[in-house]
Design a protein around this ligand. Structure first.
Ligand code: ACM
Length: 510
């Protein structure tokens, strides 16, 4: 009798804990069909292996990536094999299939009591299916020490593909510098939420952070400090390539930004000839904006830009170079237009497309260029009239450097306080009258670092708002309801703790 009660209690407890509503996947997938029997699981054991299509090196690499993630906390020894004709039970299968409905990034994930199968038309989709599998496994899958728990996954069938092709995050490494290891850590977190673009703000008034071999003083002098006189730093070209490769392996394209003609004091301080008066200013460690400008009339300015873009284009895998173009308050309007027109040509001649902050739509840019909306709605409307694609980064919604509320110890508040709900609860296609999904390439969450000095600070400002931005970029609008999201986020926080992320908590995420 006692035995029976005990058994029924346990069963009940499991049923409640594992009922479909409480499984938290972020971003929420397009279609999730749970097995009606709530107690059916696939059990991961030391006999589980990963089988991939024969002769597909990339599938094998993704297989090894997930085997590594699983082996650490389970203590198992999953290996990757060619599947051939085998279809033994108890394994994880990664397969390329012909299914146009999945697009480049979509996937199907099927968990039965016998197997886990991830299928996609492209390896991008397999990678995203693997990220969803991480979230279906117990939170402890993110532990970096062995946990003795039952490693099981509820039986479920998922079909998932993204709303937008551009799901980005930006990190400002200019106001404060962050070394390669920090950027890689950020990339790992982006990958978990299916973010596929990392925009690096590499240059600003306070520091030049990328080695340019033909203009060495940019880093020798221009990288030597940061906001508040904090230590500077820069990426060598080899460091930068290491970041790009690390991101690329996680299906993330790196977009380098060289901000110009404003936000250029570090360059102007490093080379007097770039200044109209030929005099180099002092290095700058404050946080005001809008005071610096490259000398638009001088020919050497364009030689400089061509050298910088040329070196950067050589080592950048993605098709884009971001040219900034924001807050050029010390450049006359007609000069600004001539300047942006010319820089667009320079970038094109180096084989890349330009992206710029929304102000660039005031120049005669081609509709192959991309505008990043951050502040001025009329610029976004102008972009859509010119058929220029728009990346949505409204500062009032997803600027991750804005304080959550007046008591947030770091951050700025010029675009307002942005709590978790405000950062999540908006639709890119209705944010600006006259700008719809037809014109929207996607969403990007920038993190400016005037007040952000450490990885702990980055995590505090980015998490959990970045996770919400990832869902805005990936999930269909009709699937996104604040109440439901906040429940999923609350369930998700244990995973963030295990990942050792210093995330912000308030009444929305306790
Ligand atoms: C910006 O925040 N100045 C793009």
């Amino acid at each position: 009798m006692i035995m029976l009660i005990a058994v029924s209690c346990v069963t009940k407890k499991i049923a409640v804990k594992e009922s479909p509503e409480v499984i938290s996947i972020i971003p929420i997938p397009s279609e999730v069909i749970y097995d009606r029997a709530v107690n059916n699981y696939f059990r991961l054991t030391n006999n589980t292996n990963i089988y991939v299509d024969k002769d597909n090196d990339e599938l094998r690499r993704i297989g090894q990536y997930i085997a590594g993630k699983i082996n650490t906390p389970t203590g198992f020894d999953l290996s990757v094999f060619d599947s051939g004709n085998l279809s033994e039970d108890g394994n994880i299968y990664l397969r390329i299939v012909e299914d146009e409905t999945l697009g480049t990034e979509g996937y199907k994930l099927t968990v039965t009591q016998k197997n886990i199968i991830i299928e996609a038309a492209k390896t991008n989709g397999i990678f995203y299916g693997v990220q969803t599998l991480r979230q279906l496994l117990p939170d402890e899958i993110e532990s970096n020490t062995i946990k003795n728990i039952e490693w099981r996954v509820r039986t479920v069938s998922i079909k998932d593909y993204p709303r937008y092709e551009w799901r980005g995050a930006m990190l400002d490494v200019a106001r404060h510098f962050f070394p390669v290891e920090d950027v890689k850590h950020y990339i790992d977190m982006l990958a978990l939420y299916k973010i596929n673009r990392l925009h690096l703000h590499l240059t600003d008034d306070q520091g030049w952070r990328i080695e340019i071999k033909s203009w060495p003083n940019l880093t020798a002098h221009g990288a030597s400090t940061a906001v508040d006189g904090d230590p500077g730093g820069f990426f060598t070209q080899d460091d930068y390539k290491e970041i790009i490769d690390y991101a690329f392996e996680r299906y993330i394209t790196v977009i380098p930004e060289i901000d110009m003609p404003g936000h250029t004091n570090a360059a102007l301080a490093s080379y007097p000839e770039l200044n109209c008066d030929g005099i180099a200013p002092e290095l700058f460690t404050g946080i005001k904006v809008g005071f610096s400008s490259l000398c638009v009339e001088k020919e050497i300015t364009y030689e400089f830009i061509n050298d910088v873009i040329g070196e950067l284009a050589q080592i950048t895998k993605g098709p884009y170079i971001h040219i900034g173009g924001d807050e050029a308050k010390s450049t006359k309007e007609e000069d600004y237009i001539k300047f942006i027109n010319r820089v667009e040509e320079i970038v094109k001649s180096n084989g890349k497309k330009i992206i710029g902050w929304d102000e660039i739509v005031n120049a005669d840019i081609s509709n192959l260029s991309i505008a990043q909306f951050w502040a001025t709605k009329s610029n976004a409307v102008k972009a859509s009239q010119k058929k220029v694609q728009i990346i949505m980064s409204p500062s009032t919604r997803i600027y991750l450097d804005m304080k959550y509320n007046p008591s947030t110890p770091i951050g700025l508040f010029w675009a307002g306080y942005i709590d978790i709900k405000k950062s999540y609860d908006w639709d890119p296609s209705t944010e600006i009258d006259g700008v719809t999904d037809e014109n929207i390439l996607g969403v990007e969450a920038p993190l400016w670092t005037e007040t952000v000095k450490t990885m702990n600070d980055i995590e505090y400002m980015a998490f959990p708002r970045l996770i919400g931005a990832a869902e805005i970029g990936w999930s269909k609008q009709h699937l996104r309801q604040w109440e439901n999201y906040s429940q999923r986020l609350n369930l998700h926080k244990n995973r963030l703790k295990i990942l050792d992320i210093n995330f912000y908590q308030d009444n929305d995420i306790k």
